[in-house]
Write a protein that binds this ligand. Sequence first.
Ligand code: PLP
Length: 397
Amino acid sequence: MKINQHYLQLETSYLFTMIGKKVAAFQEQHPDVSIIRLGIGDVTLPLCPAVVQALESASKEMGTAETFHGYGPEQGYDFLKGKIAGYYAERNVMLEEDEIFVSDGAKSDLGNILDLFDADNTVLVPDPVYPVYVDTNIMAGRRIIFANADASNGFLPLPDEKTDADIIYICSPNNPTGAVYDHAGLKEWVEYAKKRDAVILFDAAYESFVADPTLPRSIYEVEGAKEVAIEFCSFSKTAGFTGTRCGYTIVPKALVRGGVMLNSLWLRRQTTKFNGVPYIIQRGAEAVFSEEGRRQTLANIDYYRQNARILADTLDRLGIRYTGGKNSPYIWMECPNGMKSWDFFDYLLENAGVVGTPGAGFGANGEGYFRLTAFNNHQNTAEAAKRIEKLLGGCSK
Ligand code: PLP
């Protein structure tokens, strides 16, 4: 028996462990300081009433023989796929229901999709970015190259004709930088992928935070994208499903590589290795698209947007450069005075009792940056902003 040696090449995931340890040590030494966490990537508002009601009534259905549901279709129930298709149609993206695959969240599918690709592909990952893309490819032993995201390109790298990649990750709105591609940027990637016969894995987990109507929420808003891209989305941040688990992946039938529809391969993979999302949860997700559900989830997103505005306004007053915060729950700020990410983490914790995430944890280009999230409540966010302003107000940038 030989283990998968590639697992030994993974770096110990120390980012959130390290943050936890530092915060715990500080709290022990300063029990009277109230620490405010703006480092979390989890939502804090509860599920909206329309979703809760749908979960309750679906649970009751499960207790009666006539309405009980056992194994469902692996790809998701039609009632939910129909609603997802309708949501895309509002933006003139027409999807067939069998191009939509309901899942237990974007993270699983982002990892599982790699089953479809040979280990001998080169993967292009933006730096900095959500660490799952890198780790899942290390596990499979794939060659990884990086697309530099930095202040010079607004943290939105564009294709470089010299780079030869087979699989390309794009996350927009981006975690951690909050940067969002416009149509022109995505079009460049679509054309690049088409030229190289590459596949784009487009992570749209934060699409519902896009407030600017001119910005794309889906890569399929760009012409020709169905021939090159798979899109991953989630109810986690849209509707607070981080603990309820539901998402979806779109594999267009127009996406053909090596003479094979990736849609057929993904269906084969899912029907073999996945037995679907619980009926109750899918009913809850369906309620997100009801009139009430839409209104209630939008109100929650708006609540987080207001938090982002509080933080962004503070940084504006301080003259600190940042990306994100307008079409994203993340604010990616430059550490003041050329401080390194972890030094700024310590400085902010020790002098303001505010916790964020050091940018260096998201890739080499994250050094010197810091991520703040809008997912805390108004009161804590306003208090954290006040403390940050007080602390950094005296700093020369
Ligand atoms: N994609 C990005 C960019 C994320 O930041 C996250 C979670 O934080 C996910 C995917 C995972 O989403 P899910 O909860 O649907 O697994």
